[in-house]
Design a binder for this molecule. Structure first.
Ligand SMILES: Cc1cc2nc3c(=O)[nH]c(=O)nc-3n(C[C@H](O)[C@H](O)[C@H](O)COP(=O)(O)OP(=O)(O)OC[C@H]3O[C@@H](n4cnc5c(N)ncnc54)[C@H](O)[C@@H]3O)c2cc1C
Ligand code: SF4
Ligand code: SF4
Ligand code: SF4
Length: 400
């Protein structure tokens, strides 16, 4: 067998490189009971050519480079645009630059039914669709083939996504293109779109109307933190991550695709030209730093990443960082998210139970974590800082 049928399902990222490369159209994606998609091979069409396997990022990882990476904490000087993005607005500044130079930009956006997909835009007025983190798996559809068509026509292309999506794109293309720029996210994992839609159904029941908006990082709800909003035509509800069943289980790493728990990109080896992430942890380096308007951790991974940064850096406030300053506090740059025991049954009943019944269990769990979270916060407030510092050092293994 020379096809991706040999790929361990726990290692498949659902990138769809195999689907798009197959010359016989022998692969399509099938949804499992949890709502995650996996390739399915039509054996009557497959000629065992091995192309899909060769272009699968899970089978043959992308090639590493020896570029000397640098990193920064950055935030856009333009407050209005900064407000529209989840963290420091690094993505939108890079996207604007590419679009203004006649290029195209690929990124994750909601479609009309609130499914998250990788889409392509050529018009700066459509950039708003991609702004904001959507904490659910986004579908790549046929975007890799579209990227190839643009690249061969000489267009500049910026593709942003999770590291496994960028790795999939690179494996699909099979070689580097000077006019391709990629941005990957520091990523701790993705829940399935079925879970997300079950959640929207649950919210719809709570609010008594169809959900038309779901934001996970709305800065008018507590600044640059994990809070958002849900809207129907007539109502708006604030969503506090610690109390919300979907959001809190996402933060606790309970609902991810299986590949996320052994993710090879939870490290400083990055498939993109630029890596971007949140950086609320900055207060551990600069105590009291106000990140409420938004702040990104930004790593330049390649020469092309450096070239892109040089084009946009004038628009940012910038603090240079050493890796040693943050590597121990950005856990998904060190290791994949841990798979908790509850992951074994968290999706059970998703097909049979009503949204109300299904999320009841989640709601009780989030209440418990809410109480734990705020007790810890209270404890932290009354504990002297030298005691906290010793505690942190013990946790990081610096004191034995
Ligand atoms: C699922 C997920 C998990 C993340 N986990 C972490 C983490 O553990 N630690 C951390 O520091 N940062 C994490 N981030 C990154 C962080 O939330 C911000 O997205 C990032 O810092 C970019 O912010 P920005 O202000 O530059 O971009 P914005 O202007 O807010 O643009 C959002 C960018 O994210 C992309 N995007 C949004 N949703 C998705 C999605 N579902 N799939 C693929 N791409 C998407 C868009 O295409 C766009 O490029 C995660 C993001 C996502 C989507
Ligand atoms: S081995 Fe070749 S023909 Fe068969 S599924 Fe893979 S790419 Fe398609
Ligand atoms: S990782 Fe991507 S290319 Fe490999 S089997 Fe999964 S969907 Fe196909
Ligand atoms: S954690 Fe890894 S495997 Fe999961 S979505 Fe993110 S990059 Fe892909």
């Amino acid at each position: 067998m020379n096809s991706v049928s040999i790929i361990d399902r726990k290692k498949c990222f659902s990138c769809r490189s195999c689907v798009q490369i197959c010359p016989k159209n022998a692969i399509d994606m099938h949804e499992n009971s949890e709502g995650f998609f996996y390739p399915n091979i039509n054996e009557s069409k497959c000629v065992d050519c091995g192309l899909c396997l060769k272009h699968c990022p899970s089978f043959a990882p992308y090639e590493k480079n020896d570029f000397k990476k640098t990193s920064y904490a950055v935030w856009l000087k333009d407050d209005k645009k900064l407000f529209e993005s989840s963290s420091g607005a690094l993505f939108s500044a890079a996207a604007e630059k590419i679009l203004k130079n006649g290029g195209v930009v690929f990124g994750a956006a909601y479609n009309a039914d609130l499914f998250v997909e990788q889409i392509c835009i050529e018009d700066i007025n459509e950039l708003y669709k991609m702004k904001g983190s959507k904490y659910v798996e986004s579908t790549t559809n046929s975007t890799y083939s579209k990227v190839l068509a643009y690249l061969t026509n000489g267009k500049k292309v910026l593709y942003s996504g999770t590291p496994c999506q960028i790795a999939g794109l690179k494996k699909f293309l099979g070689k580097d293109y000077e006019n391709l720029f990629t941005m990957d996210l520091i990523c701790h994992g993705v829940p399935s779109e079925r879970l997300f839609h079950k959640y929207l159904e649950w919210q719809s029941g709570q609010l008594g109307g169809k959900i038309i908006y779901c934001g996970f990082r709305d800065k008018d709800v507590g600044g640059c933190s994990c809070n958002g909003k849900i809207k129907t035509k007539t109502k708006t509800k604030t969503v506090l991550s610690a109390l919300d069943p979907y959001y809190s289980s996402f933060i606790r790493c309970e609902t991810y695709r299986e590949s996320c728990y052994s993710c090879p990109y939870s490290s400083l080896e990055r498939p993109g030209d630029i890596t971007m992430g949140d950086f609320t942890e900055i207060t551990e380096i600069i105590p009291g730093f106000d990140f409420s308007k938004g702040l990104s951790l930004f790593i330049i991974d390649t020469e092309k990443g450096l070239a892109l940064f040089n084009l946009i850096k004038g628009s940012f406030n910038i603090i240079p960082l050493e890796f040693s300053q943050y590597i121990s506090i950005k856990s998904n740059l060190q290791k994949p998210s841990e798979r908790p025991a509850v992951r074994n049954f968290v999706y059970s009943g998703i097909e049979e139970l009503s949204a109300m019944e299904f999320f009841k269990r989640f709601k009780e769990a989030s209440r418990f974590y809410f109480i734990r979270f705020y007790s810890r916060k209270m404890l932290s407030k009354i504990t002297p800082s030298f005691v906290k510092e010793i505690g942190k050092r013990i946790i990081r293994g610096k004191v034995r």
